[in-house]
Design a protein. Sequence first.
Length: 369
Amino acid sequence: MLIPFSVKNCFQLLCNSKVPAAGFKNTVKSGLILQSTSNDVYQNLAIEDWIHDHINLEGKTILFFWRNSPSVVIGRHQNPWQECNLNLMREKGIKLARRRSGGGTVYHDMGNINLTFFTAKNKYDRMQNLKLILRALNAVQPQLDVQATKRFDLLLDGRFKISGTASKIGRTSAYHHCTLLCSTDETSLSCLLRSPYQGIKSNATASIPSLVKNLVEKDPTLTCEVLINAIAAEYAAYHQTDNHINLINPTDETLFPGINSKAKELQTWEWIYGKTPKFSVNTYFNVLYEQLDLEIKVFIDIKNGRIEICNIEAPDHWLPLQICERLSSGLIGSKFCPTEATMLTNILLRTCPQDYELHSKWNMLCEKI
Ligand SMILES: Nc1ncnc2c1ncn2[C@@H]1O[C@H](COP(=O)(O)OP(=O)(O)OP(=O)(O)O)[C@@H](O)[C@H]1O
């Protein structure tokens, strides 16, 4: 259901107030500036979905600022096993999210600002949004050398990426969201966006890694707050609107009916892993057994995140063919997910409960696939 966008309605709807603040009503012409009070990536992505699905943006625009606790955000058509280090993320408690827009994988933390420009579909203009950010950066620090590229990235000093872009275009409305690196943990960014997996073959969108730099490295006064205020001021000037940043709580069902179920859906295994385009893993590894170097080959096809075909090839005296086949067929239909290794081990425990040597071989296999 599209809710008509009006100042009063929007203020009530988005800003948790029955009475528009004095002045707000008269000054807002087309734009509204929002900022999330949450640092939860799923809740913030749910706000994007909610606004996109419910607000009629004909002749109106919204700018939404949000920041997340450490998270890796993959594009709609990407493969998480190929894009990031899932084990390291699990170890460090870093969330993985799949957004609804296309494009590559980015790292978010509290030093990264996310901006979402919502417009009617016919007003969707990514370069205009990036130019607005450039004007804001220029206003706070005229010495910065930042350019927008044809891929809609922002580059600092001609080679360091400080912003990446992605977008979603719907039937009547659209949004363009972009990141802005202010003081992100660059070590985490580069370690987490490196997959340890080898032998993955897929048609999923592959990210384009770049050299990155934080704006704070150029000027220590460029904090997230300073940048958000500068962009809000530039947005307000461009849209001749109030530069007030309205804080919104993305768990508030009275403002956003149905929002919590949207956030829940974004956290499901089916969405994050299950939406991965079909892929295959062809891998091999060597084991030293009775002073012989043995080669073990594993072929797996994965569809909707689940194992569809599995083939383990190992020398018969290390893992007899019969067992290889039993283990392979036990895997069919299982989620291809490292945390599922325990589940796979359970299959083995059920199949051959007494064979401890086999268990250790199996654990080794689980670690490799
Ligand atoms: N928060 C971030 N802001 C800017 N760049 C980032 C960020 N996190 C990671 N990067 C860099 O951007 C690369 C991914 O860029 P890529 O172009 O594939 O995706 P994108 O910028 O999200 O979207 P698009 O593909 O639509 O441009 C990462 O490998 C990394 O080098």
